[in-house]
Design a protein around this ligand. Structure first.
Ligand SMILES: *Cc1c(COP(=O)(O)O)cnc(C)c1O
Length: 442
């Protein structure tokens, strides 16, 4: 329900703003259109390539849309940078990992220049920083993580625990709600070297309080490594202000960097020289092109780099950041709150009677920019939506339909139409025509 207290300021400021009906009544499509018309971010949708206007794309939390400027931007780098410049272009490519990292740091991560670099994948960065953190806490033998966290995070920590003879201690967050601080606190003691958590939970969308978690872990002498993948570009992040030490995250979700765009890593400046990562590659080496005999890492954040970055994929992050900077993270958040509330209102009014339950925190402040809906037939419903209703969202086990609403390009009318079509699919049972078998990618 949208109430004055939790409605974003920018969306109530306008006196002509439509009053939404009580929660049990669904807002009308006309009201959705009015919300779109009053949306300060509405014009930014034109900065994305929408090649099929009939498709409602609610999966930008998995792969963000293509910014309209990206193809030409990349074509220039291919033709001029690579085609003409050839190896000479490395003169300027060489510092892109940290230059674009600085942009990320200051525009979306609340970090200082020199604390963020683009590099590798989120999985690999998580491994590098986890090892660095464990080495910085000698004598401690436990790593704490969420048994419900995104698989790659869990696998990497399980692997590390096995390789190094550590205890992998899993905390169990509720499926549909944030991990409670009491539950986390109960898992902490003076053997814990490292805590790894996701800011926004990939399944439920639950959002954690970074400052509170950092403080709790610090009180036990443990470092926290944040996975920001589902939060970055969608929720305001203040790595400095929350006293965060380490973080990693994707650039292809809400940051719209494109499939396989390199991830980022963050290491608080004060920690950089005391941390060592396990991959001693030449991109972390002091005087890289002196080709020295011994590995001697640079002092800055570049010491966490390993090898040659994927320049084209890295470049694609720039036009994507242009759009985010125009919007501003706080306006993005304002709209995310409103979109999420709007979707929940429709789900409550229309879908509950078809056996759908909200599987995300109810308070919009406790979520990122997606919601999950639980239904026993979620997988087949997801397939029917894509095949018959032009609605692309995704499925996450055991029975969740994930509805992503990236504020930069998602309209209220799209959310309304998607929920309307979801209601039809459930009412007609058209999903029964689809196989229960999961496809390779869900
Ligand atoms: C998307 C996501 C990843 C992806 O990791 P890759 O190495 O890019 O495949 C990792 N962790 C979380 C929490 C994610 O949401």
């Amino acid at each position: 329900m949208i109430t004055p207290a939790d409605t974003p300021r920018s969306l109530v400021a306008d006196a002509a703003r439509p009053q939404l009906p009580p929660a049990s009544l669904a807002p009308s499509r006309r009201q959705a259109a009015q919300l779109d018309a009053a949306d300060p971010l509405g014009p930014l949708r034109a900065q994305f390539q929408i090649s099929d206007p009939d498709t409602i794309y609610l999966d930008g939390n998995s792969l963000g849309r293509l910014p309209a400027a990206t193809p030409l931007f990349l074509a220039d780098i291919v033709n001029d940078g690579w085609g003409k410049g050839l190896v000479r272009s490395w003169d300027h490519w060489i510092d892109w990992a940290s230059r674009i990292g600085d942009r990320l740091a200051t525009q979306v991560l609340g970090a200082r220049p020199g604390e963020v670099a683009l590099s590798d994948s989120t999985s690999v960065n998580l491994y590098k920083l986890a090892v660095a953190a464990l080495d910085a806490r000698p004598g401690r033998g436990t790593v704490v993580f969420d048994a419900q966290d995104f698989p790659t995070d869990r696998y990497i920590l399980q692997g590390l625990a096995e390789q190094r003879g550590l205890t992998a201690r899993q905390v169990h967050s509720p499926m549909d709600a944030p991990l409670g601080l009491d539950r986390l606190g109960a898992a902490l003691d003076d053997d814990v070297a490292l805590v790894v958590l996701s800011l926004v939970h990939y399944r439920s969308g639950a959002l954690l309080d970074m400052a509170a978690v950092n403080e709790l872990a610090r009180a036990h002498g443990a470092l926290v490594l944040w996975d920001l993948s589902h939060g970055v570009g969608s929720v305001p992040i203040d790595l400095s202000g929350t006293g965060s030490d380490l973080a990693v995250g994707c650039t292809y979700k809400y940051l719209n960097g494109g499939p396989g765009s390199p991830a980022f890593l963050y290491v608080r400046r004060e920690l950089q020289t005391t941390l060592r990562q396990p991959v001693w590659g030449w991109y972390g080496q002091r005087d890289q092109f002196h080709f020295g005999d011994a590995y001697q890492p640079v002092d800055g954040v570049e010491r966490f780099l390993a090898g040659t970055p994927p320049v084209l994929s890295m470049a694609a992050v720039e036009p994507a950041l242009d759009v985010i900077e125009q919007a501003g993270v706080h306006r993005i958040r304002d709209k995310a709150l409103a979109l999420g509330d709007f979707a929940v209102q429709l789900a409550d009014a229309w879908l509950a009677e078809h056996g759908v339950r909200l599987a995300s925190p109810r308070g919009p402040e406790q979520r990122g920019s997606h919601i999950s809906l639980a239904h026993p037939e979620a997988w087949r419903v997801c397939r029917a939506l894509a095949a018959e209703a032009g609605v692309v969202c995704d499925y996450r086990g055991p029975d969740r339909l994930r509805i992503g609403m990236p504020p930069l390009y998602t309209r209220f009318t799209e959310v309304w139409d998607a929920m309307d079509r979801l209601r039809d699919v459930l009412a007609d049972r058209s999903y029964e025509r689809y196989s229960h078998a999961l496809t390779r990618v869900t």
